[in-house]
Design a protein around this ligand. Structure first.
Ligand SMILES: [Zn+2]
Length: 340
């Protein structure tokens, strides 16, 4: 089968490898579509040398697929069903999993991030994390749900009443997912960031206001606070950059909750947090793929306006070059079409 594999940083090639056989607890899926997400770009470039230790290695995370074969003990699924899965695995039985927090599984073997590989014709997936796609969800839409799953987790933590404004810092794949999700669940998203077409997409997805930056790293918090003098009770930081962290804390109202999805050191002192009684929460993926897919199936959420390009698997290297090149500020999601 064909597999897009990295042979070094930014060196993606199509290799011919064996189709794997599903073991106990696994299914073999035929991948339909794959849409690279922020983490995939980190892996592609091996940013900071912290993603890849050995080459060649496969790539991918966010996909849609159909089941091609079941492992020996697998029940409850059928060949031909359309499915998707997030990267995090879970045991389904520990205290956190039992409480629905499968993204925080306590199992030492399953609770860690395992790189999901899907930029290839077939892939093995643990049945514990499989989610059947409802009718009405396209292959492309299901390949873009990570930002939605993460955002639902973040908004649950913010606990804002319906109709509230919420600040979304960053307008990349995760930011776009958060803006569309906020709209779908009745919040009013205010986007902070972006200087190219991605900022325009934030408006198309339903952002009430978009505070664009004119140059990389520009502080737009004065303009945001002029329009929203009290600041925001809820902020989701999606850029995982120093700039984004600073914007998030600057626009936070006293008592606000700030959801972080990545990034470096906090830009505030302990006293700043105490003095404003800020709640700082981490968002580690999310547990509810099914809810994300339902919102799409119900027509409440559509990320298709953010699709900038489509490539066949053979041109996966071109897709990554586009996403990491000079024009990236104008590029939303890219779909890599693997089957069909
Ligand atoms: Zn568990």
């Amino acid at each position: 089968m064909r597999a897009a594999r990295l042979h070094g940083p930014a060196d993606l090639r199509i290799d011919d490898i064996e189709i794997p056989t599903p073991g106990p607890g696994e299914v073999l899926v035929r991948v339909l579509a794959y849409s690279p997400y922020g983490t995939c770009l980190g892996v592609y470039l091996n940013r900071g040398g912290r993603y890849v230790t050995e080459y060649p290695i496969g790539i991918g995370a966010d996909f849609s697929a159909e089941i091609a074969a079941l492992g020996p003990d697998v029940t409850g699924f059928e060949v031909g069903q359309r499915v998707t899965a997030q990267s995090l695995d879970n045991c389904g039985t520990c205290a956190n999993c039992s409480a629905g927090r499968t993204n925080l599984c306590l199992s030492p073997d399953l609770g860690r991030y395992v790189r999901q590989i899907c930029a290839q014709d077939y892939a093995l997936v643990s049945v514990r994390k499989l989610c059947v796609m409802p009718d009405g969800v396209s292959d492309e839409a299901a390949a873009m749900i990570t930002g939605v799953v993460d955002a639902l987790n973040a908004f649950d933590k913010l606990g804002l009443p319906e109709g509230s404004p919420v600040a979304i810092v960053g307008v990349g794949a995760m930011g776009h997912g958060a803006i569309a999700t906020a709209r779908a669940i009745g919040l009013k998203p205010i986007a902070i960031g972006g200087r190219g077409a991605k900022a325009g997409m934030a408006g198309e997805l339903g952002a009430e206001r978009v505070f664009r930056i004119n140059a990389h790293g520009e502080d737009v918090s004065p303009a945001v606070l002029e329009a929203f003098p009290a600041g925001f009770a809820g902020i989701v930081e999606t850029s995982a950059t120093e700039w984004g962290m600073e914007q998030a804390f600057k626009v936070a109202a006293p008592g606000a909750t700030i959801a972080l999805t990545g990034g470096g050191a906090l830009p505030v002192t302990n006293w700043d947090i105490v003095n404003r009684e800020l709640h700082v929460v981490g968002v580690r993926g999310g547990p509810d793929q099914a809810r994300a897919l339902r919102l799409i199936a119900e027509g409440k959420l559509d990320l298709s306006p953010t699709i900038s390009a489509r490539f066949p698997l053979e041109q996966a290297a071109d897709a990554f070059a586009l996403l990491t090149g000079d024009a990236a500020k104008d590029v939303g999601r890219v779909i890599i079409q693997i089957a069909r």
